[in-house]
Design a protein around this ligand. Structure first.
Ligand code: HEC
Ligand code: HEC
Length: 177
């Protein structure tokens, strides 16, 4: 008896669901008429699985954006103050034309209208400790950043004295070190 009662309730719930769906379908709205999503070609979606590029990156696809944000902050700071990597170039000097008033900033490279990257804070997380030691991961990120820094398509290049390489900040090739 009790069992039948439950079945009745479940049926009622299922029907409720049906009629709700019917309403949506009959509202007169058609897929063709709904606004198209706008694609911003310059925006890196906050999670883009498998974008790491370098070998062995597949297992790194789920790294939360705020972990990368920590490294980005470290890297941007290294353009105007002594780099915080393991073996900084002992003769490091800022590659910027004006390291006080002409700094490269997040929005030079992240031109998305949807996400203001300059508001993503620098937060040190347990994942940072592990990834910092992962040379392949770090080198993969740095290659992308250096490429965009030197690229004509973004605003950062105009602030540089010349082309930036890994050895601008690292004493020796950081991939072998
Ligand atoms: C010289 C260019 C450059 C600058 C300056 C820069 N970024 Fe990036 N950033 C990149 C590139 C290139 C990527 C990789 C984009 C991709 O996923 O393809 C990236 C990735 C990221 C990601 C990861 C996004 C994701 O989808 O997982 C975050 C978060 C981020 N940057 C934050 C910042 C912050 C915060 C700053 C300023 C402190 C900054 N960036 C400055 C070039 C830059
Ligand atoms: C603007 C300065 C700068 C440039 C240019 C740069 N790096 Fe780095 N790199 C850093 C900083 C700062 C860290 C430390 C990040 C952290 O641990 O939080 C780092 C860390 C690393 C690490 C992890 C080991 C270590 O030394 O801390 C590797 C590997 C690495 N970079 C590779 C590269 C490669 C490859 C290039 C060239 C494609 C490059 N980097 C260019 C600043 C730079």
């Amino acid at each position: 008896m009790k069992y039948r009662f439950i079945v009745l309730i479940m049926l009622a719930m299922a029907c409720g669901g049906c009629s709700q769906n019917m309403e949506v379908v009959n509202s007169g709205e058609r897929l063709e008429d709904s606004p198209k999503p706008i694609v911003d070609a310059n925006a890196a979606p906050l999670s883009r699985p498998g974008e790491e590029g370098a070998a062995g990156a597949d297992d790194k696809a789920k790294i939360p954006p705020f972990v990368k944000a920590y490294f980005m902050h470290m890297w941007v700071e290294a353009l105007y103050s002594t780099p915080g990597n393991k073996h900084p170039n002992p003769k490091w000097e800022s590659p910027l034309k004006d390291s006080a008033n002409g700094r490269v900033w997040c929005t030079d490279c992240h031109v998305s209208q949807q996400v203001d990257f300059s508001k993503i804070p620098k937060m040190r997380d347990a994942m940072v400790d592990d990834l910092e030691k992962d040379k392949t991961f770090m080198a993969g990120l740095m290659k992308k950043w250096v490429a965009r820094l030197n690229s004509d398509e973004f605003g950062a290049k105009a602030k540089l004295k010349g082309t930036v390489t890994c050895l601008t900040c690292h004493a020796t090739n950081p991939e072998l070190d």
